[in-house]
Write a protein that binds this ligand. Structure first.
Ligand code: GLA
Length: 396
């Protein structure tokens, strides 16, 4: 009887749809119809961590609009952790008044006035990773507050989540966002622990697949990983990405100083192959020419944004030499020849590895060289620099 009463109570509260078992995915929410191609934008965390304030966000929005980043497709300006102050007497979250004295609505208006979209960060636990108030127990109230501020994108983290069932917890926030009636992208940041690629497509628009990136080619530092480590962790996740729902191998480190230009070009190319969200993480107001050239390469961005939305697979690996490929709308392929080794080396792709007939003739274009290489029969081979890529399109 007690069970029947609590089931009825749950039904009355509209909670019956939330699953009770950890291995049971929640029922699908209505698709919010957003980000049919991977979201593009900027996020404060990789470069500025907790040092965020309204002047930085305004300056960054100006720089995105003026630098050519906006024209290249970067759209969401996302304030990561540490913007929060306390909750007011009614429980509504307020920004840190010292850092955001003009308030979040004014900041959102400013971002929108630059033709950009406004993103914010919260956490499904009691506190964010930076120790600010989390959304646990305030999900609907926070969603309403964000909507009132004009927020277009929420990154929702997983610190201090206190044993909650991740799919249910993200489901609650997803539903709260949808019930505001505003279009708000939900970026799930659960770090891959409960396989969010299995339930994320039903709950949100993108889901982090790993712990945090750090600005290095390779390595593990506590919970953080270099680019190659994250790449490997995403290699088998291609079946889960599709328009509106993307694997998120974390934000870009391009321009933050820890890698060479060659490595940053490889990082950006591989993220484009993974159909990853392209969320710049550098100081956009002070980019050097190499950083800008990488982040705004239209041909590479076009691969990331290909409307077919199919994530690349690793089609061959011989030691440090790899070939990654993804099909494109219109029957072509994007290919990355990746050299993880210490010396430059030749890498070959055969058309048969791209699910083409072995003897096919296809036009090959080198995207970083911005050069048509001609028609090649059967395959193509190039010399690839150490920690570098050659990125191609192949068109039969
Ligand atoms: C976690 C997330 C990061 C960042 C920080 C903020 O580590 O994975 O991307 O949002 O929290 O504290």
């Amino acid at each position: 009887m007690k069970a029947v009463v609590s089931t009825l109570a749950a039904l009355a509260l509209g909670l019956a749809a939330v699953p009770a078992r950890a291995d049971e995915p929640p029922p699908p929410l209505a698709d919010n119809g957003l980000v049919r191609t991977p979201p593009m934008g900027w996020n404060s965390w990789n470069k500025f961590a907790c040092n965020v304030d309204e002047a930085l966000i305004r300056k960054t929005a100006d720089a995105i609009a003026a630098s050519g980043m906006k024209d290249a497709g970067y759209e969401y300006v996302v304030i990561d952790d540490c913007w929060q102050g306390e909750r007011d007497a009614q429980g509504y979250i307020q920004p840190d008044a010292k850092r955001f004295p003009s308030g979040m609505k004014a900041l959102g208006d400013y971002i929108h006035s630059r033709g950009l979209k406004f993103g914010i960060y919260s956490d499904a636990g009691l506190k964010t990773c930076g120790g600010r108030p989390g959304s646990w127990g305030h999900e609907y109230q926070d969603a309403r507050q964000y909507a009132a501020w004009g927020v277009d994108y929420l990154k929702y983290d997983w610190c201090m989540a206190g044993g909650q069932h991740a799919p249910s917890s993200y489901y609650i926030m997803s539903r709260a966002l949808q019930e505001t009636g505003r279009d708000i992208v939900l970026s799930i940041c659960e770090w891959g622990g409960s396989k969010p690629w299995l339930w994320g497509p039903q709950v949100g628009n993108l889901w982090r697949t790993t712990g945090d990136i750090y600005d290095a080619w390779e390595g593990v530092k506590g919970y953080s990983m270099g680019v190659m480590n994250i790449l490997d962790r995403n290699a088998d996740l291609h079946p889960y990405a599709r328009p509106g729902h993307w694997n998120d191998p974390d934000m870009l480190e391009v321009g933050n100083g820890g890698m060479t230009t060659e490595e940053y070009r490889a990082h950006f190319s591989l993220w484009a192959m993974l159909a990853a969200p392209l969320i710049a993480g550098n100081d956009v107001s002070a980019m050097d020419a190499d950083t800008k050239a990488i982040l705004t390469n239209r041909e590479v961005i076009a691969i990331d944004q290909d409307p077919l939305g199919v994530q690349a697979r690793r089609v061959s690996k011989q030691g440090d030499l790899e070939v990654w490929a993804r099909p494109l709308q219109g029957g072509g392929r994007a290919v990355v020849l990746l050299n993880r080794g210490k010396a430059s080396a030749p890498i070959r792709v055969d058309w048969a590895q791209l699910d083409y007939p072995a003897g096919l003739k296809a036009k090959v274009r080198d995207l970083w060289a911005a050069k048509d290489l001609g028609t090649m029969k059967g395959g193509y081979q190039a010399s690839v620099a150490s920690h570098g890529v050659v990125m191609l399109t192949v068109q039969p």
